[in-house]
Design a protein around this ligand. Structure first.
Ligand SMILES: *Cc1c(COP(=O)(O)O)cnc(C)c1O
Length: 410
């Protein structure tokens, strides 16, 4: 991958101007990049009925949902609240897949009432579902093929101890439950984790799903989840989407022929669609030289970008205010009372107090994992679309912190 080191313009809009106009910290998204990623993915598949279900937990701003809807995407949701955001953004219930994990049956009933496609990932809930609805409401089954994949143990969900999905070793019992209640299974699903490099992982998973699929007569689609790896640092190897598309398309077409019917092929990418579209702009508050390190302390931290702390994730950082400054080595840290390092030992153009830094790959799992820790406000969000920067979420204020608190007699 290539990172733009010298150009800080997005669709002709200067990121520094965005920070000036909307303040810092601020998340900025490039709509064109999202559309480009969507097209790249859909172009990679040939001769199959491909449907993309954007995994919106990555970034749930309704304008991003609307943008992806305008491209033809559906939605993958993991909570009833995400379902409601999808409806708010204009999605039809049938375009929304609901893939919860360990939620109550009550929540699943609500999703059924709304009319979204249900995806069930454990046998206990499936039994309750069969008891309540019999063959009335078709369901998708989330299987766990136990493929070890993914960049970090926290984001690999296919291993044997994983809480996700129904193990493929439980298929005989699964079939017993399905047949007992006459449940109509219209889809099979797998999602093995994030940051999968190799098309081979998807192919092995697909083979396992095909084997199981022969047992189900009512299938309309198969969903191979996501986990496409995007570039975070210069020189990162990323998922070869074109190769993946070609290989999966072939295998899937063969399978459909054998199955006797054309099925839809679904994927549900989050990171791939939105990660690189996002720039998180922060201001350097203080340059602090200690005996061993030069710190840049910024007006943000783990409360706004948790990935470095949670996954040891690398997010590229550039100094927008001093692009020609001498390169020096810094650790960029947050203002939270925790060790919330955003980037260790980074070579940045000399950082002065007041400079604006851009933290890259801030589209996915940035604001969506943010919190009010240390009673800080969540930042604003800005979308650059059709050459114009527009505010799509207001910065929080003190009212937001106090709104649900109830002061009692003490
Ligand atoms: C998180 C998630 C995704 C998206 O994963 P990315 O790595 O962001 O592409 C897809 N499907 C399910 C079920 C998920 O939980």
């Amino acid at each position: 991958m290539e990172l733009q080191e010298t150009s800080y313009q997005i669709q002709g809009v200067d990121l520094l101007k965005v920070a000036e106009e909307f303040g810092s910290p601020v998340y900025v998204y490039d709509a064109d990049k999202i559309v480009k990623q969507y097209k790249r993915l859909t172009d990679a598949f040939k001769g199959v009925d491909l449907k993309i279900k954007y995994a919106c937990k990555a970034l749930t701003n309704i304008n991003i949902l609307k943008l992806l809807r305008s491209q033809g995407s559906g939605l993958d949701t993991v909570s009833i609240q995400e379902v409601k955001l999808g409806l708010e953004a204009g999605f039809e219930p049938h375009e929304i897949l609901y893939t919860p994990n360990c939620v109550s049956f009550e929540e699943i009933k609500k999703a059924v009432e709304i009319g979204v496609q249900i995806n069930i990932d454990n046998i206990s809930i499936l039994e309750q579902f069969g008891d309540a609805y019999g063959s009335d409401i078709p369901v998708c089954i989330r299987l766990n093929p136990h493929i070890l994949a993914g960049g970090h143990s926290h984001i690999s969900v296919g291993h044997i101890d994983s809480k996700f999905g129904i193990s493929i070793h439980q298929v005989p019992h699964l079939l017993r439950v399905v047949n007992t209640y006459g449940i109509k299974v219209n889809g099979l699903h797998m999602h093995t984790g994030s940051d999968i490099l190799d098309a081979q992982v998807f192919l092995i998973g697909a083979e396992l799903l095909f084997n199981v699929a022969r047992e189900f007569k009512d299938l309309e689609f198969m969903d191979f989840g996501s986990g496409f790896k995007v570039g975070y640092r210069q020189g990162d190897v990323t998922t070869d989407i074109e190769d993946l598309g070609k290989q999966i398309s072939e295998k899937f077409s063969q399978f459909c022929e054998e199955y006797g019917r054309e099925l839809e092929l679904w994927f549900e990418p989050g990171k791939f669609l939105v990660s690189e579209s996002g720039y998180f702009l922060v201001r350097s508050n203080v340059i602090k030289q200690t005996t061993s390190t030069v710190f840049v302390g910024v007006d943000s931290g783990q409360n706004h970008l948790l990935r470095p702390k949670m996954y040891d994730a690398y997010h590229h950082i550039t100094n927008l205010s001093n692009p020609n400054g001498t390169k020096r080595i810094y650790s960029v840290v947050g203002y939270i009372c925790e060790t919330d390092t955003l980037g260790y030992d980074r070579q940045l153009n000399e950082v002065r107090e007041g400079d604006i830094l851009a933290i890259h790959n801030a589209g996915a799992y940035a604001i969506s994992m943010s919190s009010n820790y240390n009673s800080r406000y969540r930042p604003a969000e800005v979308l650059i679309h059709k050459g114009k920067a527009q505010l799509i979420r207001k910065r929080e204020s003190f009212d937001d912190l106090i709104r649900n608190q109830i002061s009692v007699e003490i």
